[in-house]
Design a protein around this ligand. Structure first.
Ligand code: OAD
Length: 246
C-alpha cells in the first residue's frame, strides 16, 4: 500500500485535521454495519425500528431492538483504528473527531473530544422533555417514564429527527477550517454527515478516504485507501512516526 508524501507531510506538519467516521471503523470490533450484504438495514426495516412513529406505535419492539444492539456493543472493544485516532488527537493540536456511530467506542478507546452526530446508544433520554436519564434498567414490557410523564427512549437520532443541538454546526465549522479531512468507514450516504467530506474538499482540505468498498466519495477523494481501517490507519501512522525519527 502506498501512502503519499503529501499525506505524511500534512500530518507531520500538524495540519488542522478533521475526521468523520462511520460504522465501518467499528466493524473489526464486531459491531454490524448498516448497509451492504451483512448490514443491519439489509435484514431489518429502519422505519419500523428507528423512527419516532415506530416508537409511538410499538415502544416494546423499538426498545427490544436497542437493548439487543446495546448488548452487542457492551461485549466489544475498540480496535486499532479507534486507537490510532486517539494517537492522532494527542499528536495534532487541532484535531476534530466527528462520528456517526452511537457505539461509544471512540470514547472507550480514549478519544477525548468526540462529536456524536447520531447520539449514543448507551444513554437514555426523555421522549418529552429531553432530560438525560442514564443508568436506568429498561423493561421493554413496561417502559419507564420521566418525572414529566414522557417515556424514556434511547438517546440516538432516529430517521427524520434533528441532530443534537450544535453538533452539525460545530462539525461544519471544523470541517471548513480543516486542511486535512479523513472519511473513514462510512458509506457517505446519510446526510447531513455525508456532506462534510465534500464541504472539506471544496474549502481546500486534502480529502482522504479509508473504506473497504467504493463509495460516492472514492472518485472525489484526493487519496483513497481500499481496505480495513484497523489495518490502514496503523500503516499511515507508522509512516508518520518513522519520518519523525529520520
Ligand atoms: P454504513 O453501514 O452505511 O457504511 C459502512 C461503511 O463501512 C461501508 O461503506 C463499508 O464498506 C465500510 N466498511 C466496512 N467494514 C470496514 C472496515 N473494516 N474498514 C473500513 N471500512 C469498512 O454505515 P454509516 O456510513 O456509518 O444512522 O451509516 C450512516 C448512518 O446510517 C448510521 O449512523 C445510521 C444509519 O442509518 C442512524 O441510525 C441515524
Amino acid at each position: 500500500m502506498e501512502i503519499s508524501e503529501r499525506l505524511i507531510d500534512l500530518l507531520r506538519n500538524k495540519a488542522k485535521t478533521a475526521v468523520l467516521t462511520g460504522a465501518g471503523i467499528s466493524a473489526e470490533s464486531g459491531v454490524p454495519t448498516f448497509r451492504g450484504n451483512d448490514g443491519l438495514w439489509n435484514k431489518f426495516n429502519p422505519m419500523e425500528l428507528a423512527s419516532i412513529d415506530a416508537f409511538m406505535e410499538n415502544p416494546k419492539l423499538v426498545w427490544e431492538w436497542y437493548l439487543f444492539r446495546r448488548d452487542v456493543i457492551n461485549k466489544v472493544k475498540p480496535n486499532r483504528g479507534h486507537e490510532i485516532l486517539v494517537e492522532m488527537e494527542k499528536y495534532l493540536p487541532e484535531f476534530t473527531l466527528i462520528t456517526q456511530n452511537v457505539d461509544n467506542l471512540h470514547r472507550e478507546a480514549g478519544s477525548e473530544n468526540v462529536i456524536e452526530l447520531h447520539g449514543n446508544i448507551k444513554r437514555n433520554k426523555c421522549l418529552n422533555c429531553g432530560a438525560p436519564m442514564d443508568d436506568m434498567d429498561i423493561d421493554p414490557e413496561n417502559v419507564p417514564t420521566c418525572d414529566c410523564g414522557g417515556q424514556i427512549r434511547p438517546d440516538v437520532v432516529w430517521f427524520g429527527e434533528m441532530l443534537p443541538e450544535g453538533a452539525i454546526e460545530t462539525s461544519q465549522q471544523k470541517t471548513v477550517e480543516s486542511d486535512l479531512f479523513f472519511s473513514i468507514g462510512t458509506s457517505a450516504e446519510v446526510y447531513p454527515a455525508a456532506q462534510l467530506p465534500v464541504i472539506a474538499q471544496r474549502s481546500g482540505a486534502y480529502l482522504v478516504e479509508i473504506n473497504l468498498t467504493p463509495t460516492p466519495l472514492t472518485q472525489l477523494a484526493d487519496e483513497a485507501f481500499s481496505g480495513k481501517s484497523g489495518e490502514i490507519l496503523p500503516m499511515i501512522w507508522q509512516a508518520v512516526l518513522e519520518r519523525e525519527n529520520d
